[in-house]
Design a protein around this ligand. Sequence first.
Ligand SMILES: Nc1ncnc2c1ncn2[C@@H]1O[C@H](COP(=O)(O)OP(=O)(O)O)[C@@H](O)[C@H]1O
Ligand SMILES: [Mg+2]
Length: 509
Amino acid sequence: MRIISKERDEIILLALHSEEIGKGDYLLIEDLDGKRGLLVQVYDEEYHNTQSLLEDMIRDEVVNAASRCNPYDPLEIGDIARIVRDARLLRCKIRASVEDDRLSYTASWLPSRVSSRIRRVDMLELNSLIQSGGRASGIGRGRGEGMVTIDTPKMRPIEIGYSKDGETITIYAEDLDGKLNLITGKKGSGKSHLAKSIIKSLAEYGAYIFVLDLNNEYLGLAWRHDGGKSSIGDKVLFLEPGRGLRFTLDYLGKGPIASMLKYALEIPAASLREFFRIWDTLVSRNRLSISNLIESVAGWRSNELVKDALASRLHTMLTSGLFTDSNGVKVEDIIRERSNGAIAIIGMGKTTPVVRRMTVELLLSKLVELLEQGKIPPIFLFAEEAHLYLRDTYWEDIVTRMRHFGVFTTFITNQPDAISDSIYRQLDNIFLFNFTNENDLEKIARASMIDAESVKSIVRTLPAKHCMVIGSVVNNLPLVMMTMQPEVLMLGETKRFFSNKRISTPPSS
Ligand SMILES: Nc1ncnc2c1ncn2[C@@H]1O[C@H](COP(=O)(O)OP(=O)(O)O)[C@@H](O)[C@H]1O
Ligand SMILES: [Mg+2]
């Protein structure tokens, strides 16, 4: 390999076809004495095209077409000509510089075009380079063995995938703690699958996780492929709004109910005041319940419009099934009963959009309230297609106030444009699967933390189950990996009409 040129943060290399280097690979361009090196990542490859080469190829074609026998070539010049024609230009981004075995993210020197040595950096070496930079992300060979020890106190490895060479890629739970993450890619690319493997590992380490599940697919976490209970089976709790997920009004309290009425049911302000007046009267008589609220509204002397507004909201609350007069869910209890971590899956697959919004409104405001009062430990929130149920003002809240109190969110979506720019600016990690749609690519390339060219070029050609990991979990050295197949059952295939039908030929007459 040879350096051809450098433009801003980009280096263009010449490589022969036989040198097996592809998109996403890391190369080290070292000075002759080996003291300094530039760490670059290949993001695109193309043919090298010069006028003379083109003329040469045309001449060859013409000669081949005209002559029937093998041309006389005693010096085997033809072979060399073929190698020259197959040479490639590799477009690389400068990711870091290595000086005296230490990694730094600024590179202000130009390597020699004549004497530099260029070689591929495998995952193990890449990892040790990252370690020397004082940060962590471990990559070992095979399951568990060969793990690189780290000096920073990161004790909780999560194996999330494999590199091109089959090396295990490990991130650390500590790097997800307190962070805001995004998993995005087109439908069927493997987003939920990756989310499940991260959730499983977090739960093994004793974390508390809430999943807003739109396809009721995360329940598979409790089971293994062979039908037995998985290692985290006892920690999984499946709550469906109206079935397992019901609250008493008394437990929720005014705050969450007010947010739900305001944002999910869009109650006018005057009606909300009236609602709480009735609420207070019932509380003072120790008779707070949905049915008593409905009864009181019917007999309440007030403006008919206000009464109608209240009655219709109460009716929605009643039919949602989210409320009960006794034995409601208590988040503190879920956590107390599972001292080694829990996964609470809020299964909203069969829930109507209104009830979805009500559920999320109640749950999030209650969680924040409990966190504010120090009654529960911080939690990880995994939200699938959050734009379908999260109100606009919550997005900001999630990255600021909620994160401060201890709700660490991972958004999972196939619509990158549904997420606002202010969220993108706050992201710590992005797990980026394939996108082919130009608009989506454009959006995600502009919004991700690294340069747009490499995102676009690498993501466009990612196969299914492969993703590009960007951010602090990989210490800002973007990696391409294939996601892991964990032992748990991966529900989540879309129901199909034809898949289970046997093909039957029509009877012939
Ligand atoms: N690494 C993997 N190994 C095996 N199967 C996978 C892997 N990643 C994804 N799949 C399977 O591919 C299908 C689509 O993945 P899924 O995560 O549901 O996609 P998405 O959430 O992006 O629509 C699922 O059936 C899933 O089990
Ligand atoms: Mg999915």
